[in-house]
Design a protein around this ligand. Structure first.
Ligand SMILES: [Zn+2]
Length: 116
């Protein structure tokens, strides 16, 4: 499952920043083009974080919509469930992706005290 691999990747990033402190919360931005199912990611995260991290490490996922910009007419189009990379204004396929590829840790909340 794709979400398990992402959770492991995320745990490595969080672990590096936590420096042995308890992790309370993790804010994550995930782009639509990553094709992540938030529920599946949360489920995978529960298993992964328990084996790797100290603390609750509650995962807050913000989904970032996928937006493309047309190189022909300059219109911006938001990509829906069906990944159709065409300008909705002029139907050109000469587009550039503006957002939607994010997999980014925005913030990590850690406890101020070091664990004994
Ligand atoms: Zn266009």
């Amino acid at each position: 499952m794709h979400e398990v691999a992402l959770s492991r990747q995320l745990a490595r990033i969080v672990l590096r920043h936590a420096k042995g402190r308890e992790v309370l919360a993790v804010d994550l931005e995930v782009g639509h083009l990553r094709q992540v199912v938030p529920e599946a990611l949360l489920f995978a995260w529960e298993a992964v974080r328990k084996s790797v991290l100290e603390g609750q490490a509650a995962l807050n996922i913000t989904e970032i919509p996928a937006v493309i910009a047309c190189q022909e007419c300059g219109s911006k189009t938001q990509i829906g469930e069906i990944l159709d990379f065409r300008c909705e204004n002029c139907l050109s396929r000469d587009i550039k992706t503006i957002s939607g590829e994010e997999f980014r840790v925005v913030s990590i909340e850690v406890s101020p005290e070091r664990k004994q």
